[in-house]
Design a protein around this ligand. Structure first.
Ligand SMILES: Cc1cc2nc3c(=O)[nH]c(=O)nc-3n(C[C@H](O)[C@H](O)[C@H](O)COP(=O)(O)OP(=O)(O)OC[C@H]3O[C@@H](n4cnc5c(N)ncnc54)[C@H](O)[C@@H]3O)c2cc1C
Length: 486
């Protein structure tokens, strides 16, 4: 048998390059890498050498003999990916090492933002010997959403922080926390001081824009996640969990993370990195039911199969899916198949368990009203058989998990529709004058939009750093060749 990739896969592809027989796919040079929910080991090709285990920064790869009951399903999840024959070379792709051919050393780079994109950019730059990297972070603590987004009970995924610590501790790197570029220092400051500036500023949670959505009782799920992860700007925020129901609008992985935290026994969370004030609030919580609502059908949900497997295998939590909503779903989808199994078994057990997660579909929110402290979300039914029907769900707290969107960076061009800084392979482009803004780069969510996983930022950083080093070698980042303003 073989090794198996499990739910905490972060797609950083370190395993791909470590594998001597090229049995982990999709690889970053394959078209489906950018849409893959995780990477998969081909059980027929794996030679069980374990090289991938050491390479994985989040402990996602296990020998099949070490899979516990809840993870046995990943044997078939991995194998299923290879059901259709896949043409591939004998060896994994080779990434040529970066070399600096000019000698204006050291190369001085400023990185704005210390989330995964910023940290992977620093890691990539450190492959060049004579380099100095300063990371500017507006918060008092580094690592962005890897620290303040990833759920505290996702212990394996949070191991990525150890990798970032190792990068931070390199003597060629300085992480300068509490410095916001645009407030404490300007773009022009950085451009004048460094050979290159890389923006890795991420994106912010989208706000729901319907009547009543700005009122008390409505909050963003990413803010709620940041709160339970101890984000400095949210630690004094009060999330009142007195009512038995919370509604989450949106059904991606963030929605499922937040739902899981709300219904998990707080004593199980006590040994995680959850902030003490959030644990205290959860211990006093009256929440019994979290309703996660999606606009479209179950096959259109944004959460991944791996996230769903993790959630439904929690034996303490009841997991309810409306059978009639599943019956209407005709498209083949591994998540829907799993939901059908869950739905079949959930009805009889419902009474035994105090807390549950309810998945609802085909409901589009239209307005939120309030009666005292209780909020009522009005939904319009959508979908193939929906007549013009309205449904209202009441709750003490409404959380919105409807994705992220980039914010403009002072001094840089910005594509407001896409929420990204226009760029070519990471080089910032000024579309008005159709020219490259020399010495200025982007990486991560502000470069490609808020998609992918933590490790997707590694390949993204490799592309940006390669462009930067090419420009450096071409003599574009020094002296008169530099344009300091847009
Ligand atoms: C709630 C949540 C949970 C998630 N969980 C997972 C998970 O379990 N597994 C997974 O693979 N992916 C997860 N993700 C996705 C993952 O976190 C992102 O892919 C990744 O963080 C994006 O990296 P980034 O560096 O572009 O942005 P960010 O992580 O947002 O980092 C941007 C950084 O820039 C800083 N910054 C912004 N502006 C400035 C400025 N002007 N000056 C200085 N600093 C600035 C910010 O403070 C922040 O630290 C999650 C995302 C969310 C929202």
């Amino acid at each position: 048998m073989s090794h198996v990739v499990t739910e905490s896969c972060c797609n950083d592809a370190s395993c791909v390059y470590a594998c001597p027989v090229n049995c982990i796919h999709p690889t970053p040079d394959e078209a489906d890498y950018h849409t893959a929910e995780m990477l998969y080991i081909d059980p027929a090709a794996c030679v069980d050498c374990g090289a991938c285990v050491a390479a994985c920064p989040v402990g996602a790869i296990k020998p099949h003999t070490e899979l516990d009951d809840s993870r046995q399903v990943f044997l078939s999840v991995n194998a299923e990916f290879y059901r259709e024959p896949r043409s591939r070379p004998l060896l994994a792709p080779f990434v040529p090492p970066l070399t600096v051919s000019t000698r204006h050393a050291p190369l001085r780079v400023a990185i704005v933002g210390s989330g995964p994109a910023g940290m992977y950019t620093a890691e990539e730059l450190l492959t060049v010997a004579d380099v100095r990297v300063d990371l500017f972070e507006r918060l008092d603590a580094p690592y962005g959403l890897a620290r303040f987004g990833v759920a505290p009970d996702h212990r394996e995924v949070r191991k990525i922080l150890r990798l970032f610590d190792r990068i931070r501790d390199d003597p060629r790197v300085r992480v300068l926390c509490g410095v916001e570029i645009g407030r404490d220092r300007t773009y022009a400051d950085l451009a004048a001081t460094y050979d290159a500036v890389v923006y890795a500023v991420g994106a912010v949670g989208r706000r729901l824009d319907i009547p009543g959505s700005a009122s008390a009782g409505v909050a963003s799920a990413p803010d709620f996640a940041a709160w339970y992860n101890g984000h400095p700007a949210l630690k004094n925020r009060v999330f009142d969990l007195w009512h038995p129901r919370v509604v989450i609008i949106g059904n991606g992985n963030v929605a499922l993370d937040v739902a899981r935290i709300l219904v998990t026994d707080p004593e199980r969370l006590a040994s995680t990195s959850i902030s003490p004030y959030a644990l205290d609030t959860l211990r006093r919580s009256g929440v019994e039911e979290v309703v996660v609502v999606g606009r479209r059908g179950p096959a259109d949900a944004v959460y991944t199969l791996a996230e769903l497997i993790g959630l439904q295998s929690n034996s303490e939590v009841d997991f309810v899916v409306a059978a009639e909503e599943l019956a209407r779903e005709q498209r083949p989808d591994a998540r829907v198949e799993l939901l059908r199994k869950v739905s079949a078994r959930s009805e009889p057990s419902r009474g035994d368990r105090p807390r549950r997660i309810v998945l609802r579909h085909h409901l589009s929110p239209t307005r939120i009203t309030h009666t005292g402290q209780i909020s009522h979300v009005e939904f319009r039914r959508t979908g193939p058989t929906a007549a013009e029907q309205v449904e209202s769900i009441s709750a003490g707290l409404i959380l919105t998990a409807i994705g992220h969107h980039g914010r403009s960076v002072a001094g840089l061009p910005f594509d407001h529709a896409a929420g990204v800084v226009p760029n070519e392979h990471g080089r910032v482009v000024d579309p008005a004058h159709r020219r490259i803004v020399t010495g200025t780069y982007v990486v991560g969510w502000i470069k490609r939009g808020p998609t992918g996983f933590i490790g997707t930022n590694k390949t993204c950083a490799q592309e940006t750093v390669r462009a930067l080093i090419d420009d450096y070698n071409a003599g574009k980042l020094t002296g008169a060749a530099r344009e300091l303003t847009v």
